[in-house]
Design a protein around this ligand. Sequence first.
Ligand SMILES: Cc1cc2nc3c(=O)[nH]c(=O)nc-3n(C[C@H](O)[C@H](O)[C@H](O)COP(=O)(O)OP(=O)(O)OC[C@H]3O[C@@H](n4cnc5c(N)ncnc54)[C@H](O)[C@@H]3O)c2cc1C
Length: 407
Amino acid sequence: MDSCDLLIIGCGPAGATAAREAARAGVTTVVLERDAVVGAKRVCAAGLRPGFCGTFDLPKSLVHCDTPRLGLFDAAGGEYEMFFGPGHTSTREELDGTMAALAAGEGAEIRTRALFRALKAERDRAIVEYADLESGRRRNISARSVFFAVGATARLEDASFGRIAMARWRDGLITTLQYRVHLDRPAAAIAYETLELHYYCSRDGRPLIAWMFPKRDHLAIGLGVMGKMDGATLRAELDRFTERVARRLYSGSAVTKVKVEGHLLYGGVARRCVADGRVLVGGTAAGFVDATNGEGIFEAALSGRFAADAVARRDRIAERYSRSVAQRFAHRLAHRVLLMRYLERRPSRYARLFAQMAATPRLAEVLLKEDCERSLRERAFLYRQALRFWANTVRAIPATSPVPIRP
Ligand SMILES: Cc1cc2nc3c(=O)[nH]c(=O)nc-3n(C[C@H](O)[C@H](O)[C@H](O)COP(=O)(O)OP(=O)(O)OC[C@H]3O[C@@H](n4cnc5c(N)ncnc54)[C@H](O)[C@@H]3O)c2cc1C
């Protein structure tokens, strides 16, 4: 049976970063990835936070657009602009492909067309069974530690996942659909410097997040809804949203090609337990996604870094990893879930929040930081802002049912 120190399941930003950094530290690392080409099938708007390439030592050439402008749209379609960073956009085929190539360059072995099947514990090793989709054979590999980085489809409900299993994982899933819209000539210039996020209700009154993220050769226009929505309804919603974007940003251009893609995202609370014995879980599989905007690439890559660091130190791996992710994300991500559920209950609250953010540039800046990076002064500022927002929403907004936007 093959064996390695660290076995990673999934070669997205979490798995590839863990592989690169563990291999660099001298850990024998194998990655199992079910797709034939890393990143080729990932559905994502691929917006990256400021400084992402520097933080993870990635070439700036994978950035398509620098986006210093954030356009937040409230439930009635009103736009609030903010400036930050700049943020960036890319595509996942480039991002994941680059990360995987760098991991391989450090000595990690990446086995594509390798589909995880089962995990079992055996004395001091974990044994993973996977399907080699090339040969059609089942294979086993033993590892000292296993890092699960399989994204939103990770139920991890099997008894072998011990305390990592989470009964309510499915409740946090978001159904998404996205168009890659190619145009015969560029859209309005402002489109290429803006990340747009729209918060409104579907025609049947369900909260939606929709986005327009610019790329070199197309616009990524998509939306997500908590839970399930049947394909035809979702597509009708996305068509309506795309028409609105088209009217504002590319009314003079002809659409030459549209690629339709859909996938699940996770937008609920993170797993309480992310490491049990030899098994660690990271990235979206651990629930590390910002519920207010769907950002999860940064969190995934950082959790991969924490996993590599814990494994390289060779003792108290689960404890070290759990502590790192808790210190870094737990506070922010938990608060974002609460904030999102609070806003969704009355979508008119979005307008209050965005107006406050637009009028207070420092708020967006402080919000971008993790709790552990904020000074005492910044924390006090944030609490004052939260209190102001809460007082505004409680006082000024009558209880109304969500009003869907008219196209
Ligand atoms: C429509 C959409 C838009 C998004 N937009 C953004 C954005 O703009 N910015 C942002 O930061 N985040 C965004 N996200 C979230 C982001 O995509 C995820 O948070 C991020 O991809 C998580 O990385 P990961 O490595 O944890 O998992 P993933 O990127 O999902 O990678 C998981 C990998 O595991 C592989 N895999 C899965 N199952 C198996 C198996 N059984 N065996 C072997 N391999 C397996 C998959 O093929 C994949 O390569 C978006 C998500 C969606 C769905």
